[in-house]
Write a protein that binds this ligand. Sequence first.
Ligand code: NAG
Ligand code: NAG
Length: 536
Amino acid sequence: MASTAYTRPSKPPGPAGGERRAPRLAKELGRIEPKKLGIGLVAGCCLALLTYLSFARLFAIYSPVFDSTSLVMKNTSPATTTTAPVEALPQKSNDAEDEKDATDPEADPTIPDLAEQEQKKEQETRKPSSGGGGGGGGGGGDAIEARITCDENGVDQGFPYARPPVCELAGDIRVSPKDKTMFFVNPTGAGPFDANGEKKIRPFARKDDFLLPGVVEVTIKSVPSAEAAPQCTRRHRVPVVVFSVAGYTDNFFHDNTDVLIPLFLTASHLKGEVQLLITNFKPWWVRKFTPVLRKLSNYEPINLDKDGEVHCFGAGHLGLYRDRDLIIGPHATRNPRNLTMVDYNRFLRRAFGLPRDAPAVLGEKTGARPRMLIIERKGTRKLLNLGEVRAECEGLGFDVTVAEAGADVRDFAAVVNSVDVLLAVHGAGLTNQIFLPTGAVLLQVVPWGKMDWMATNFYGQPARDMRLRYVEYYVSEEETTLKDKYPRDHYVFKDPMAIHAQGWPAIADIIMKQDVMVNMTRFRPYLRKALDELQE
Ligand SMILES: *[C@@H]1O[C@H](CO)[C@@H](O)[C@H](O)[C@H]1NC(C)=O
Ligand SMILES: *[C@@H]1O[C@H](CO)[C@@H](O)[C@H](O)[C@H]1NC(C)=O
C-alpha cells in the first residue's frame, strides 16, 4: 500500500505545478464559509440576520461566519442599534460589488489589489506629565512623557473590516473599569480628543458596523494632572492591552482573525510582560484559549466588565492591530517587527506544545508514511463520498484520520500538527491549517458557486503565507447536490455570479447548503499532487 507514496511516478496530469494559483478548471468553484453548527437558531432573530446579510452585501464583505446564522444571533446586539450604515461607507464597497458584478465569470473577480490605501491620521503629543500627584505613573517615579498615537482611518480596499482603530499611549495611564475609562494624564491636552478631552473606541479588532454596537465602548480621557484622575489602587510595571472579545468569537476562524492574531500582532513582542484587560469578557472563551493567552501574557487577564480597581500603567494599547483574514502583511507602523503568519504558527506551536515544525520526510530511508487528516463536516458542505476519498488516499499510502474539531483546542491542534496533509471542504475547519507543520499541504475542496474569492482570501493565500503547500480543487456542476435542486440551465449553473449579485441570503441559501461528491477520476490527481508536494 505504501509503495505509491514511496515510489512516486511522474507528476499527475491534472494540477501541474504552476496551477496552484487557481486551477480554473472550467468555471467550477465555490463556496463560502465555515463554522460548525452546534448552536440552534434562536427564534425571532431572523430579522437581525436579514439586516446583517443586507449590510454584508453593502459592504461586499465575505466572511466565514455567514454560514452560521446562529453566531450572528448569539454574539451581536440587536440589529436596530446598527450604526453608521450606508452613508459612512467609503465608496470602495460599492466599487467592489460593481466590479464583481461586471466581471466575466472566467476572470478573477474581486480579489483586490494588495496595495492598500492608507489614510492614516496620527496625532501625537509629547509633553512631560506631572509625575507624583495622586499616585504617579508607573515605576521609576520619574515623569513619564505623555504620548498618544491613534491609527483610526486606515483603509484596506475590499476589506473594510481589516483596519480597526487602535490607540497607543505612554505616560500616566489609569484604567478604571467601572468607568470604562482610561484616564490619561496629559498636561497639554493635545491629542486626538474631542471637546470634552475624550476619545472613544470600541476595541474589537474587526471594524464591522454590524458588530460594533455590541462592543463595549472604552473612553480615553485626557486629564490635565494626576490629581484629576482617580487614585491608583493597583500599579503594574508592564504595559496594558485593552481589547474586546465580542463579535463572532466561537467561530474558530473568527477567534483567530478577530482576536488571537491581532493580539499576537499587538503584544507578542512584549514576551509575556503585558497585562491583558478584556471587555465583553466571556469566561468560556478565555478558558478555551488559555494556552494562547498564557503564552502572550504572564499575568491573569483582567475582566474590564467587572473589575473595581484603578489599574495604573506606564504604557498601553486600546484596541488591537490586525490585517486581513489569517494574514499578516508587512506594515511600517502596524507591523513594525515584520511578523508573519509563519511566526504566528510557531508561536501557536509553543503555546500548545505542538512538536512538529516540519512535515515527515518521506521515502524508503525514513520509512515514514505520510499522514492525512480529513476534517469532516456534518452539517452543510458534507463530502458525501468521504469513504471513497479515504480509501483512495489510503491506496496512495496515506495514513488517514477523519475527525471533526471538538471543544478542546489543544487536543485537535495536536491531531492537526501530527499530519502532513489537511483535506477539507471549504469551511471554518480549514482554519486549523494554523497548526500544521510548516511545509505541510493544505487541500481545499471548493464547492460550486464561483467561490474563488473566498477560497483564496480566507484560506488559500493564508496557506501560502504560512509556507504551506496549497492545493485547491473546484468541484464541477456534476459534483454538487445543487444539481438535484436546480435544472442545468438555471443561473445557478449558467451564471453563478448572479447568486452573488443577490447578496447574502441567496449565497447562504444556495451555495452554503450544498453537499459535494467528488468525481474520483477528476479528484485523484489532486491527491497525488498533495503527495508530490510533500516530496518536493
Ligand atoms: C522590517 O522590514 C523593513 C522593510 O524590509 C526593514 O526596513 C526593517 O528594518 C524591518 N524591521 C525589523 C524589526 O526587522
Ligand atoms: C468523472 O470525470 C471524468 C473526467 O472528467 C468524466 O469523464 C466522467 O464522466 C465523470 N464521471 C461522472 C460520473 O460524472
